[in-house]
Each structure stands twice: as C-alpha cells, then as structure tokens.
Design a binder for this molecule. Structure first.
Ligand SMILES: Nc1nc2c(c(=O)[nH]1)N[C@H]1C(S)=C(S)[C@@H](COP(=O)(O)O)O[C@H]1N2
Ligand SMILES: [Mo]
Length: 288
C-alpha cells in the first residue's frame, strides 16, 4: 500500500504547514485544545471526498464534485428565538467571536464508518452566551442554507430541505459542541459544510449540521431531518451507542476510513467522560 502524505511527513512539518494555511486563511492564531484525541487524523483526501451532504447528492463522492455551486460569501447566520439579544452575524463576525482552536475529534457516522478530523472552531457556548438565552429556552434548532438552484441534486435526495437539526440547550452548551469554520488548518471545504457548521462528536454524524443559516432558541424539542424522514430508525438524541442496534444493522463496530479491520464502537463515541452526565436518568434505548 502506498504511504500517505500525512504518514510520511514529520509531524512538526505538517503542523507548521497547517499553521501557515491557517494564517493565510485568516484563521490564526490557533490554540490547541485539550479535547483533542491523539489518534492519527484521517488523510485530508478522504475527509474531503467521502462526504454525506444530501443537498449535493446521496452518493458519498458527489459533494466533492458538486458543492462548488454553493455560494458561501456573503453568508449570514440568523440567531433568534428565545434570546435577549438576537443577532444576524456574518461569517467574519462569527470567526472573531472567540479564539479559534484546533480540535481533533473522532466522528462516527450512523452508517458504520468513522474518521478522525482536525476541525477548527470554538465551543458553540461562546456564541450562545452572547445572545443571552431566556429562561424558557430549552432547545436549540439549527437550519442549513437551502437553495434549489445552487443544489440541483437535492431533488433526488429523498429527504426534505432545508436540513434541520436540534440539541437540548445543555447539550449545545457542553464545551465539546463545536461551532466549526475550518479543518486541516484551512477554511472549511464546501463539501464539509462551508462556511460554518456544527460538530457534535458524541452523536452520530447527521447531528453535525452543515452550512448553517439559522440558529433558533425554542421551548419545545424541534424537528430533525432524519427523525422526520424515518422516525423508526432515527431519534432526536442519536448518541453513539454500540449497545443499541440500528433496526437494519449492528452499531457495535465501525470501520475507520483507511483501515481494514473494524474497531469496537465506544459509548458516546469515547466522549462519555464529558457528556454521560447529561443523560443520567434518561433511558437511552427509548430516547435513541
Ligand atoms: N446540511 C447537511 N448537513 C449534514 C448532512 C447533510 O446531508 N446535510 N449529512 C450529515 C451526515 S449523515 C454526516 S455523517 C456528516 C458528514 O460530515 P463530513 O462530510 O464533513 O464528514 O454531516 C452531517 N451534516
Ligand atoms: Mo452520517
């Protein structure tokens, strides 16, 4: 098997290259995060060519080929609902809200594959505290940008758009929940959800909504795309759980992209130490 760039490049050289790209992209300075895994990141090529982004087709190779039609500038995100200070933020304002960090997270797709990705962003809580949620706000609803002209393949995807997701407010405030503007030292590629997305590493990948246009604070549990389209198979919580099989396949193991043998899937994708307290008293079989 040929060696990959990331495997033959000394770690220092590739970290410097990333720091260079980051400052070129206006992303510097980059702090390092204590939340990062020390596992080997999945090669950039795989991270950017093996994607789920149904707005650009249901085949995992399609987003890399089709997402160039997404117009990411200008871009604004409406932050609204049950907050004292609703705001419309453009991407530059978002990037400057808090110091950017590199966070190397494990990602686990509900389909049974996983990756390790060096994301760039900051905790979503940094944005949340600036809009001052009201006492009645218990959930956060997220909505992706949708435009049928920029996303012509969406009409064959079999799900409704705009793509919507949601978190309980305490999940959204957990420091692991990342508001993400880049990966591998550079701005987010369009197929990975440019210019701003969510990354929720203890939940199945579909909770990590891409290309966000709207963030709304609400009282009741908001609808989510996959539970709307198939409630028998996908619930609101969707915490990674090797003990609860998907109705059509086991979730006990996963294939790390680039590896041959399967690995055991970990409860909460290995992040239980940070998040399991969020679910004490909740039956995770019922609330899947
Ligand atoms: N708007 C939108 N966000 C989305 C999706 C999508 O189809 N549309 N797919 C989800 C799924 S199923 C996964 S596994 C991750 C994949 O993110 P990645 O391509 O950056 O690895 O994005 C999630 N976010
Ligand atoms: Mo996924």
């Amino acid at each position: 098997m040929p060696l990959r760039y990331s495997q033959v490049t000394p770690r220092e050289v590739y970290l410097n290259r990333r720091r260079f790209l980051a400052s070129a992209a206006g992303l510097a300075p980059l702090g390092k995060s204590p939340f990062s895994t020390s596992e080997q990141p999945t090669p950039l090529k795989d991270v950017t060519t093996y994607n789920n982004f149904y707005e650009f087709g249901t085949d995992k190779s399609q987003p890399a080929q089709l997402a160039h039609t997404l117009v990411t500038s200008p871009w604004s995100v409406r932050v609204e609902g049950l907050v004292a200070k609703p705001r419309v933020l453009d991407v530059d304002e978002i990037r400057k809200l808090a110091p950017l960090e590199e966070r190397i997270y494990r990602m686990r797709c509900v389909e049974g594959w996983s990756m390790v990705i060096p994301w760039i962003g900051f905790s979503l809580g940094e944005l949340i505290k600036r809009v001052e949620p009201l006492g009645k706000a218990r959930y956060v609803a997220f909505e992706s940008f949708y435009n049928s002209k920029q996303m012509p393949a969406a009409r064959w995807a079999g799900i409704d758009f705009p793509y919507v997701e949601g978190l309980r407010l305490d999940e959204a405030l957990n420091p692991l929940t990342l508001l993400c503007v880049g990966l591998y030292g550079d701005l987010l590629p369009k197929q990975n959800g440019a210019p701003v997305r969510l990354v929720v590493p203890w939940k199945y990948g579909f909770k990590s909504i891409k290309s966000i246009a709207r963030i709304r604070f609400v009282e009741k549990q908001p609808p989510t795309t996959w539970s709307l389209s198939n409630p028998r198979e996908y619930g609101f919580y969707s915490n990674v759980n090797p003990a609860v099989d998907h109705p059509r396949w086991s979730q006990a193991k996963e294939r790390r992209i680039g590896e041959f043998f399967k690995r055991d899937t970990l409860p909460f994708n290995g992040y239980g130490g940070h998040v399991s307290a969020l679910y004490s008293g909740l039956d995770l079989r019922k609330y899947y």
